[in-house]
Design a protein around this ligand. Structure first.
Ligand code: TMP
Length: 206
């Protein structure tokens, strides 16, 4: 197996932007190059996280407060960081995570309008202030296309177009704030065109 310094990659962006496909292709590509890769998803990725995911996304939980939602996402994160991400990075694996902290800032911050500064404070407690992705792909897509592309509808996907538009703009604002880490890709392009951009970015590192 080829060795690389600990490297943490996240894929972020709108619903139905093709994250899962691109993650699968990126995983295959890095494995072909000889690296050991672990793919995880948020919310979820651990036994506790998958159980919390069912509560968060259950569309009958209409009464859920934005603060409850935030804390549940962060509870999932506390578990996955400690149980999976940090140990795997320490073993020299490349970790690819389907969503991470940018999703919390975009959805609960820009979407639900919880102040970003409050989210960042609690987030620091969860990841002990130390885990920032090395590389983030933001797959950008108009929510009108993304929501149409998606299959089953969960509690977050049921939100209004305006909510999803705030989330989209939130991701773009966050990416602008951290240009070095974030790579914004137009997800309205073909799967092949998006994958080419992802590969080019990976080739610059691996
Ligand atoms: P998925 O559809 O990519 O599996 O993600 C599940 C949903 O959870 C998606 O609508 C985005 C949302 N989400 C948040 O609102 N905040 C978060 O912190 C995370 C990780 C996901």
């Amino acid at each position: 197996m080829r060795k690389h310094k600990p490297y943490f990659i996240t894929f972020e962006g709108a619903e139905g932007a093709g994250k899962s496909t691109q993650i699968r292709l990126a995983e295959q590509y890095l494995k072909q190059k000889g690296y050991s890769v672990l793919v995880l998803r948020e919310p979820g990725g651990t036994r506790i996280g998958e159980a919390i995911r069912k509560v968060i996304l259950n569309k009958s939980r209409k009464e859920m407060r934005p603060e409850t939602e935030l804390l549940l996402y962060l509870a999932c994160r506390a578990q996955i960081v400690k149980e999976k991400i940090s140990p795997s990075l320490q073993q020299g694996k490349i970790v690819i995570c389907d969503r991470f902290e940018d999703s919390t800032l975009a959805y609960q911050g820009f979407g639900r309008k919880i102040p970003l500064a409050s989210i960042e404070v609690i987030s620091k407690l969860v990841v002990r202030g130390s885990l920032v992705p090395d590389l983030t792909f933001v797959l950008d897509l108009d929510p009108r296309c993304g929501l149409k592309r998606g299959g089953r509808i969960d509690r977050i996907e049921r939100e209004s177009y305006l909510f999803h538009d705030r989330v989209r703009k939130g991701f773009l604002r966050l990416a602008k704030r951290e240009r070095k880490r974030c790579n914004v890709i137009d997800a309205a392009q073909s799967i092949e065109a998006v994958a080419k951009k992802v590969k080019e970015a990976l080739d610059r590192v691996f």
